[in-house]
Design a protein around this ligand. Structure first.
Ligand code: AP5
Ligand code: ZN
Length: 216
């Protein structure tokens, strides 16, 4: 199954991606996670990406597309993949179309997670991430059982640099201007499924599974 998860910052893409990859056994490709890993490792790519990410801006298309193209050509993507946070501009979507065409494959579904703007800020600002395994928690809606530590691996939880309120607002504005046109882009291709992202995490996942139906 070849999928894209679309939705504004804090919509729950990463949270649903963990569940989807587990159930459907496809690799989770998050461009945000790739950049954060590079920032942590201090690579050239990480240094460039950080300048944009900390301001809530998009990393330039040419940096992102090359990374995704390389990743999609890896062996574990042969039987499918889940793209989370890519594409994010119409330009990236067109570049992805070309990459897939060259690989002789096409997308099965784009899942569009819809959440009101006023809910998004609270979701992102209250998010805490495990330093070791990257799992996302929320101080109110998705608490870890051990205070300040990850339930799965015991790693310390931290707040992402771009989850401060001003940066989140900027990211939402960037989403509305640059990413939301992808909703009509994929709707016109007939592969978009809208999902209400304001239900609880497990209910959202049930709706995702329904939308994916018999796709494998
Ligand atoms: P990225 O890492 O992709 O971040 P994002 O798209 O802003 O999305 P988030 O990770 O903030 O949110 P999410 O939808 O995954 O929500 P989550 O599941 O964590 O990108 C970061 C930056 O990298 C960008 O700003 C840009 O600079 C750069 N970048 C990345 N890709 C790029 C690209 N393709 N091109 C250019 N630049 C790029 O959930 C949020 C919180 O809510 C969590 O605390 C969670 O526990 C909670 N939650 C989730 N679901 C629910 C629910 N149903 N009810 C209650 N709480 C919930
Ligand atoms: Zn962890």
């Amino acid at each position: 199954m070849r999928l894209i998860l679309l939705g504004p910052p804090g919509a729950g893409k990463g949270t649903q991606a963990v569940k989807i990859t587990k159930k459907y056994n496809v690799p989770h490709i998050s461009t945000g996670d790739i950049f954060r890993k590079n920032i942590k490792e201090g690579t050239q790519l990480g240094k460039k990406a950080k300048e944009y990410m900390n301001k809530g801006l998009l990393v330039p298309d040419e940096l992102v597309v090359a990374i995704v193209e390389d990743r999609l050509n890896e062996e574990d993507c042969k039987s499918g993949f889940l793209l989370d946070g890519f594409p994010r501009t119409v330009n990236q979507a067109k570049a992805l179309d070309k990459v897939l065409e060259n690989m002789n494959i096409s997308l099965d579904q784009v899942i569009n997670i819809k959440v009101d703007k006023n809910v998004l800020v609270g979701r992102a600002v209250g998010r805490r991430i495990c330093k070791d395994c990257g799992l996302a928690y929320h101080v109110e809606f998705n608490k870890s059982k051990i205070d300040g530590k990850c339930d799965k691996c015991g790693g310390e939880l931290y707040q992402r640099d771009d989850d401060k309120e001003e940066t989140v607002s900027k990211r939402i504005e960037v989403y509305l201007n640059e990413t939301s046109p992808l909703i009509s882009y994929y709707s016109e291709k007939g592969i978009l499924a809208d999902i209400d992202g304001q239900k609880d995490i497990n209910e959202v996942f049930e709706d995702v599974v329904l939308a994916l139906g018999s796709k494998r």
